[in-house]
Design a protein around this ligand. Structure first.
Ligand code: ATP
Length: 277
């Protein structure tokens, strides 16, 4: 392995993110390396989405450092390397588009904007492969409005995959999806993990992903309260029980107080924000 292989592809050092001048996530220190499958857990409103969106530059960066592929995020431009599947996002029923057309949007970042987008045969092959991974080849020409919520999530994952990202960041990919479709989605994620895809997955359904997750990060009250292996996490299940498999309830999500106990003074918890190496 060369140094570039082991250098983190995402690195936060005491990073803070929020909205306007209001910090929501503070002092987050985290390094994600190639091949890792990281589950981000935590109570509703603890700041998981703010953390993921923050490292992508989608909210305000209020302190500390963010490096993407070894470069400060402020000067980083190659966002095609980061595939993002946003939270609670399905495709609008008012937009008439086929599955292929939506997935093709993932190719846009590979085309210079001033040129008309002419899909090459290489693009077509990549789109095909992305649809194959999410098991939607047979719906390629279907109108997206005719798909179920779970299928639409898979279209969005395929769109992210079509940009050939180095890392996939997914915000609750299985939320609001029925059990059968959750199973299909877990299989999709397992297939991606088997291909060595680096993934950061915000989830309340750890059980569905337990086989593929290599590392768990718990966000609690805007801090990284735990960062460790599945085994370390399992040995502290009691402490973090409410972080995993806590079903999402929209009503209690905003402004909810963290339900997890306070950080103890020893062990993998770091009250300063998780500065562990
Ligand atoms: N667009 C926004 N503008 C202002 N404040 C926001 C915004 N989005 C989130 N917040 C604040 O940040 C806090 C954390 O929200 P965030 O969505 O990051 O939590 P979460 O852990 O992802 O929650 P959930 O599990 O419910 O998705 C919220 O309680 C809210 O106060």
């Amino acid at each position: 392995m060369t140094t570039t292989d082991i250098a983190p592809i995402i690195e936060l050092r005491r990073a803070s993110f929020g909205y306007a001048d209001h910090p929501v996530v503070t002092g987050a220190t985290l390094a994600i390396r190639r091949g890792e499958v990281v589950a981000v857990l935590g109570p509703n409103g603890s700041g998981k989405s703010t953390l993921v969106r923050g490292l992508l530059g989608l909210n305000d960066h209020l302190g500390g450092d963010v490096e993407l592929f070894g470069q400060p995020r402020e000067s980083f431009t190659d966002f095609a390397k980061l595939g993002y599947v946003p939270q609670r996002h399905t495709l609008s029923a008012s937009v008439r588009a086929t599955v292929t057309e939506i997935v093709a949007v993932g190719r846009l970042s590979h085309h210079r904007w001033w040129r008309p987008v002419i899909r090459s045969s290489q693009d077509a092959a990549i789109i095909d492969r992305a649809l194959d991974v999410v098991g939607l080849n047979d719906r390629a020409h279907a109108d997206v409005a005719t798909l179920s919520g779970g299928q639409q999530r898979r279209v969005l994952i395929a769109r992210a995959l079509a940009s050939n990202p180095d890392v996939l960041l997914m915000d609750e990919p299985t939320a609001g999806v029925d059990t059968a479709n959750q199973q299909v989605l877990s299989e999709v994620l397992a297939r991606l993990a088997a291909r060595g895809t680096t993934m950061v997955i915000v989830t309340h359904e750890l059980a569905a992903l337990a086989d593929i997750v290599t590392r768990i990060v718990v966000v609690q009250g805007g801090h990284i309260a735990f960062d460790g292996s599945r085994d370390e996490f399992a040995s502290r299940t009691g402490e973090f029980a409410s972080s995993a498999d806590h079903h999402h309830h929209e009503d209690e999500s905003r402004g909810a107080r963290p339900r997890l106990p306070g950080a103890p003074s020893s062990g993998p918890l770091d009250p300063q924000g998780g500065a562990r190496s």
